[in-house]
Structures are given as structure tokens and as C-alpha cells.
Design a protein around this ligand. Structure first.
Ligand SMILES: C[S@@+](CC[C@H](N)C(=O)[O-])C[C@H]1O[C@@H](n2cnc3c(N)ncnc32)[C@H](O)[C@@H]1O
Length: 318
């Protein structure tokens, strides 16, 4: 038997419909800010995959190492016959570690806002794991959505990539609290990047090959492609730094000179040196993240970490 678990209200929104509206609102605000979710069209997803292979970008390697090294222990905590829901699934690479070690995983529901990339990635995964029902959902996980899950299944959330760090701590608390309603009786396996030497963090977002810069600028390129905007990409510079008081990387696009950009009928003025804040990536201590998860209603049951990255198993009573 199947049921639909409601995430907020029951309507699934079109994930790309808000780009034009949100971009204009964000660029008319002071300071200018755009959600990082808009990085991810086909080109953005491909650039993120490139970032994952950069020597400076340790998070993907460290997290995959933890998932591989502690696979048996992770599987013992998660248990058999589970339905897995992945939030921000991207190229659905890391779930393979769980498929290899879990006891009879039944159904996998990867959710991502980057639709074509998700469907192509899920098709490859399906061919490799024909025994697991794989049903991708194109959606914005910050918005209300309906999740198809079996009512007799143990539900497990998977949130890798330290994507939780893109939320402010208050937003992360609200997101995790919403998850407790969906995952009751199961739990959440979540990867969280750790506070560390600021030089290492700085390098991870300022790679020498310039891929992160292209990823950041893809936001403007995407607005040109999809919305007919006239951003001159050479007129903006990638700028990323670690803020040690707020424990977060901030990523910005800096206008190199005073300029005007057109989006439909709207003209946006940029002064010389003006920033568009495009991403935050919060870093946590193990204890700090466990306290956040507990405040949301989870029980932190186990954590695997190596001083760089952490993977938490958070349980929920039935
Ligand atoms: C940092 S990447 C992580 C990808 C993959 N999970 C990993 O660990 O390598 C973030 C992923 O989340 C997706 N994403 C970002 N914001 C989203 C949102 N609001 N709703 C759904 N997917 C989102 C992006 O398209 C991207 O694939």
C-alpha cells in the first residue's frame, strides 16, 4: 500500500517558475541577494560535478570516504526494507554507497530542482540497481511537496553534500523540523561540513582552475539563457571568503564597474563594487549540529567524522 506524505501543503510547485520573480526581487533588494538554488540548471549541475573533483574541494571526497568506510555501521543503524528520500540528489552518486551496504532497500525517491540532470542520473542508477524502485521527483524541497511513500515502510531521509549549510541556522532548524513529520519512525542520514582552518575553507571555494567562479557566474549566464537578461559576465567577479564569526563561507558576484542590466521590462542598476550575495555555506562543530538536530526533534544516535566532514544518523521515534 502506498500513501502520499504531505510536506507542508499538498501541491508540488513548478521549481523553475519562480526564477524570474525571485531574481528581480533579489536584485532590487539591498543588499542584493539571490538564492543558491538558482545555480542549478543543466550547466550548473555539470559545473557542480566538476567542483566535486577539484583538489581543493575536499567535502565530496571526505564524505564519500566516510560513507564507504563506515558502510556496515551506517547500514546497521538504518535497518532493512527502507524507503529512502534524498533531498538535493544531484548526480545520485553517494546513494550508491548505501545501496551497496543496506539490507534490501525498497524504494528510492531522489528530489532535485535540476530536472533534466536528475532524470538522466536516475536512469543510469536504475540500470545498475534494477531491484530498487527509483522514482525521481523534480521539485524545490524548500516548498510544499507531496512525497509518495509506502505507509508500512520505514522512511529514511538522506541529505548529503552539506547542503544543509546553505540554510541559515534558523532556516536549517525549520527545515529539519518539517522533516520530522515526514520521517517519523525512521531517521535522517545527513552530511555536515565541519569548522576547520579558514585557509582550507577559503581554498575550497576559490579553486585555482576557476571552476567555482564559473559555477557562481552561471547564475547570470542562466538568467541570460532562460530569461533573456543581458548580463555581461565579464562585468562581474567571483568573490568567496570565510566569515569566522558567523562560521560561514559567503559567495558573492561583484560588479566590476557601474552598470545597468535588463530583465524583461525591469532595469537593475549596479554600482562599482556592488555585491550580489549568491550563497552561504555554514560550517558546524559536531556538538553544534547535534544541538540543532535535537532542537528540531531528532535524537542524534551516531556520528561518523574525520575532523573534516561529519555524517550524522538522527533518529525519530514512531
Ligand atoms: C551541493 S549540491 C549536492 C549534490 C549531491 N547531493 C552531492 O552530495 O554531491 C546541491 C544539490 O541540491 C539541489 N538543490 C539545491 N537547492 C534545491 C532546492 N531548493 N530544492 C531541490 N533541490 C535543490 C541542486 O540542484 C544540487 O543538485
Amino acid at each position: 500500500m502506498s500513501q502520499t506524505a504531505t510536506w507542508g501543503k499538498s501541491e508540488a510547485p513548478n521549481p523553475s517558475s519562480g526564477f524570474f520573480r525571485d531574481l528581480i526581487a533579489g536584485l532590487q533588494a539591498l543588499p542584493k541577494t539571490v538564492s543558491p538554488k538558482y545555480f542549478y540548471d543543466d550547466a550548473g549541475s555539470a559545473l557542480f560535478d566538476e567542483i566535486c573533483n577539484l583538489p581543493e574541494y575536499y567535502p565530496t571526497r571526505k564524505e564519500s570516504d566516510l560513507l564507504a568506510r563506515h558502510g556496515a555501521s551506517i547500514a546497521a543503524h538504518i535497518g532493512p526494507d527502507v524507503d529512502i528520500i534524498e533531498f538535493g540528489a544531484g548526480s545520485v552518486i553517494k546513494i550508491r554507497h548505501l545501496f551497496e551496504t543496506l539490507d534490501r532497500p525498497r524504494r528510492f525517491t531522489p528530489i532535485d530542482i535540476s530536472g533534466a540532470h536528475l532524470h538522466a542520473s536516475a536512469a543510469i542508477l536504475r540500470a545498475d540497481y534494477p531491484g530498487i524502485e527509483i522514482r525521481p521527483i523534480i521539485a524545490d524541497f524548500t516548498q510544499p511537496l507531496a512525497l509518495p511513500i509506502r505507509d508500512d515502510a520505514r522512511r529514511v531521509g538522506f541529505f548529503p553534500g552539506s547542503s544543509i549549510g546553505n540554510f541559515t541556522p534558523a532556516e536549517a532548524l525549520a527545515f529539519l523540523t518539517r522533516l520530522t513529520g515526514v520521517l517519523r519512525g525512521g531517521g535522517l542520514l545527513i552530511a555536515v561540513d565541519l569548522i576547520k582552518d579558514p585557509a582550507i575553507l577559503h581554498a575550497a571555494y576559490n579553486d585555482s582552475a576557476g571552476v567555482t567562479a564559473r559555477f557562481n557566474l552561471n547564475l547570470l549566464a542562466r538568467a541570460n539563457r532562460e530569461l533573456g537578461a543581458d548580463f555581461n559576465l565579464d562585468g562581474f567577479a567571483h568573490y568567496a571568503f570565510y566569515h569566522p564569526v558567523l562560521n560561514r563561507i559567503e559567495m558573492h558576484l561583484i560588479s566590476r564597474y557601474a552598470q545597468k542590466v535588463h530583465l524583461g521590462d525591469v532595469t537593475i542598476a549596479f554600482s562599482e563594487g556592488e555585491s550580489v550575495h549568491t550563497e552561504c555555506s555554514y560550517k558546524y562543530s559536531v556538538a553544534g549540529f547535534q544541538a540543532l538536530a535535537q532542537a528540531a526533534g531528532f535524537t542524534p544516535a551516531q556520528v561518523w567524522h574525520d575532523g573534516w566532514m561529519s555524517v550524522h544518523w538522527l533518529e525519530l521515534p514512531g
